[in-house]
Design a protein around this ligand. Structure first.
Ligand code: WTA
Length: 572
């Protein structure tokens, strides 16, 4: 069968010839682009903001922000001042010290980024949270990381179980009508009068940067810690993959609660001094196309679910907006269907470039580069300087076209440095002290293109968000009616997968539509809206191993009408 390809775009791209670069590239050369390679003093906030504020880019717009009520622009110089002020507020009203964990739990706004980079200037490790999180999810993350502070809004404050978190000493509240006490601090009130000057905390390149909690197939979400050094790969991929140039207007649609929203929402573009758009509010096809037109977006990074929803909104809508500024479009988070790639060419006249990476990889790892032919359905080729391979369960490299574990040779620049509080979990990712094993299965073709096949474990990908079935099952079991619960991802044309729960009820409960809704609400309120099962099916009993583990594989086979495979470990 002939594989479809869409030819490279002619033009002056930052990566001219993938094959040439990939053979003799050295990461140490990228370090030279940072001031710390000479001074030894590192801080992401300096490299992303202050450095530009002290250069010709001083009056260049760093951040365009827009939502239903606000439409604002901040230059790099203004970002430097506002983040200094934020740092001063946090310093004056807390005992926070370098290395402490400070979480950010608020809707997108310019203040979110003032606070995030203010915290980085103090040398704190920033833990971004999705706005959708409810009390249980917040508690787990703050408790596990022993968080000392959180930045939130009056609306979200009730979801933070302050009384159960004795070490959470300071809560900065961004909004109106804040009643201060020895824990609660009115962020906006103090920001107003704070000094524009701040002595930044200088760090080592291996010091912590961000802590992103993410789901696995077992256990609670784990805290993936990245080091300041991740900026090396983030800057280089901004150049090669995002293809950012001085005049670009860049828009990454990801929420900062997700690694994409930090690494490529702000770090990568600002490390390269690029004007960046942040859009607040909820997804709507009109608002999104309008944002491209309003800001004249040239480089656009989004996700398959969003592209599929835009596709569903119809091609006529696209014609109502002027999207002619777009020159480079990218996607991440889930498999990008060939159909969507073709649609992109048809309606935007642009190829959508798929990129593959994970929270744990800290930056883009396998990509389609603008100078490369795209094979729709393929994730592309490894970032030069990073070795990616398909390995079997013993860690042996497999030849082309054989499916196996997608693995990365240990030691790439932006690799996670720790699973917080859980060294054993961290070690469990690595095989033979050589390979980081991703949990994805894939194969590589003869030309070195990688093709995603699925997850090896049971992790669910719904609208690009990683949901651990165990976390949802645990929450379901807290509902009084639920005796047993098994959760799987069910294929869905728009969202990739939706969450489906199989539930066995306790004595005295009967299946009903009300009960389904009640259970859905329960998970929504306790965990997060995106973690609530879209479908619930009641069963008398669930398939379990003799040791009592729910066999999700069997549930999946039931759902998809597939053979259930080996059932020898199943209880009678
Ligand atoms: C999946 C996302 C197919 C994959 C930055 C991976 C993808 C997980 C792609 C990581 C892609 C990400 N094609 N699958 N281009 N990109 N994935 O940590 O299963 O939220 O392991 O980070 O998303 O999800 P995470």
């Amino acid at each position: 069968m002939k594989v479809e390809t869409i030819a490279a775009v002619p033009g002056e791209h930052n990566l001219h010839n993938y094959e040439d670069v990939s053979s003799d590239f050295n990461w140490a050369d990228v370090e030279k682009e940072f001031s710390w390679s000479a001074t030894g003093k590192v801080n992401m906030a300096y490299e992303a903001i202050d450095r530009h504020a002290e250069s010709d880019r001083k009056n260049k717009v760093a951040l365009y922000y827009k939502d239903a009520n606000r439409h604002e622009a901040y230059t790099f110089y203004e970002m430097k001042r506002m983040t200094n002020r934020a740092a001063n507020v946090m310093k004056a009203h807390s005992d926070l010290e370098k290395g402490d964990r400070a979480f950010i739990f608020m809707p997108r706004s310019p203040e979110l980024y003032f606070a995030m980079f203010g915290a980085l200037k103090m040398g704190l490790i920033v833990g971004p949270l999705f706005e959708a999180f409810m009390e249980g999810a917040i508690y787990d993350r703050l408790d596990d990381s022993d968080a000392k502070a959180i930045i939130t809004t009056p609306e979200l404050l009730p979801r933070i179980p302050v009384d159960r978190l004795p070490n959470l000493k300071t809560v900065f509240i961004v909004g109106e009508g804040v009643e201060e006490d020895n824990r609660m601090v009115d962020f906006m009130k103090h920001l107003e009068g704070a000094s524009d000057k701040f002595e930044m905390e200088w760090l080592d390149k291996e010091d912590g940067l961000v802590l992103h909690y993410t789901s696995g197939s077992t256990g609670k979400p784990k805290g993936v810690l990245h080091a300041q050094y991740a900026m090396v790969q983030q800057l280089q991929t901004a150049k090669w993959v995002l293809d950012l140039k001085e005049q670009d207007i860049y828009w990454c649609t990801a929420d900062p609660g997700w690694v994409t929203g930090t690494a490529y929402g702000v770090f990568a573009p600002w490390l390269s001094g690029t004007t960046t758009v942040i859009l607040g509010g909820r997804f709507s096809p009109d608002a999104w196309y309008k944002a491209i037109e309003d800001f004249g977006v040239t480089v656009w990074y989004s996700a398959p679910t969003a592209f599929r929803m835009l596709m569903g909104a119809g091609d006529a809508l696209v014609k109502e907006y002027d999207l002619s500024t777009l020159r480079h479009v990218l996607s991440v988070g889930e498999p990008l269907n060939p159909e969507v790639v073709r649609w992109g060419v048809q309606v935007f006249g642009k190829r959508i470039h798929d990129t593959w990476w994970m929270t744990e990889t800290g930056a883009q790892t396998i990509c389609n580069y603008p100078s490369m032919d795209i094979k729709p359905g393929s994730m592309g080729k490894p970032v030069p300087g990073i070795k990616v391979a398909i390995v079997d369960d013993q860690g042996n490299e497999l030849p082309p076209n054989q499916m196996g574990n997608l693995a990365i040779e240990k030691g790439w620049p932006s690799m996670m440095r720790q699973i917080w509080n859980n060294p054993a979990k961290y070690e469990s990712y690595f095989m033979n002290d050589k390979w980081y094993v991703s949990g994805d299965s894939a194969y590589m073709d003869e030309e070195g293109y990688f093709w995603f096949q699925g997850r090896v474990d049971d992790v669910i990908m719904t609208s690009g968000e990683r949901v651990g079935p165990f976390e949802v099952e645990s929450k379901l079991l807290e509902h009084p009616a639920v005796a047993e619960a098994g959760v799987i991802g069910k294929p869905d044309p728009v969202r990739g997968e939706v969450i489906k729960a199989f539930v066995a009820l306790n004595e005295g409960y009967e299946p009903s539509e009300e009960l389904v809704q009640d259970i859905q609400q329960f998970v929504k309120k306790g965990l997060a809206a995106h973690a609530a099962p879209k479908e619930i099916e009641f069963k008398d009993k669930l398939p379990k191993t003799r040791s009592g583990k729910i066999m999700r594989r069997v549930l999946k086979a039931w759902e998809l009408d597939l053979p259930t495979g080996d059932l020898s470990t199943m209880e009678d």
